[in-house]
Design a protein around this ligand. Structure first.
Ligand code: NI
Length: 174
């Protein structure tokens, strides 16, 4: 299956809310696999449906793929992810996004979350996440709700960040 093209700002699909899937069938599994392929190719550690111009609630992640030398892959695929609980304690981490190429900023989020979802086999699962995985899963669920990490910044910081993405996008077009 061909890999998906990753949509970047200012495409309006990134601002839209994705709808839950009825069930995880072969078509959804093929979408998950295609999203993983696009994510690994980019490379990135997470990808949400909106970023491939689909509006169903699917996210894929692999926070270990940053360690490229190890060659190990530990993908997580989620359909209809939902945050059940979040810690009062927060953590600040630098985030980036494949839809905002070249832009990074520190984002404050709940340090720990518990998420329920359907896995690649359509079975209900729960994930308790802290650290990078916590930021990643919250970042990807935000995408399904039309929210980008730059939306958490001050309007000035957000403008600067978007200008940076525009410059980088122009520089990579030939
Ligand atoms: Ni993102």
């Amino acid at each position: 299956m061909a890999s998906f093209e990753i949509i970047t700002i200012p495409d309006p699909v990134l601002k839209q809310t994705a709808s839950p899937v009825d069930r995880v069938d072969d078509e959804i599994r093929a979408q998950m696999d295609g999203m993983l392929e696009a994510m690994y190719t980019a490379p990135g550690i997470g990808l949400a449906s909106n970023q491939i111009a689909r509006l169903n609630r699917i996210i894929v992640m692999d926070i270990d793929c940053r360690d490229r030398d190890s060659g190990s892959r530990t993908p997580i695929c989620m359909a209809n992810p939902e945050i059940l609980w979040q810690s009062e304690q927060t953590s600040i981490m630098q985030e980036g996004c494949l839809s905002l190429p070249g832009a990074y900023a520190e984002v404050e989020r709940p340090a720990e979350v518990r998420v329920k979802y359907l896995d690649r086999d359509g079975l209900p699962q729960e994930l308790q996440a802290s650290g990078l995985l916590s930021h990643c899963v919250q970042h990807e669920i935000d995408h399904l709700n039309g929210i980008l990490f730059c939306d958490y910044l001050s309007s000035l910081r957000k403008k600067m960040l978007i200008r940076r993405v525009e410059k980088i996008k122009k520089a990579t077009l030939f």
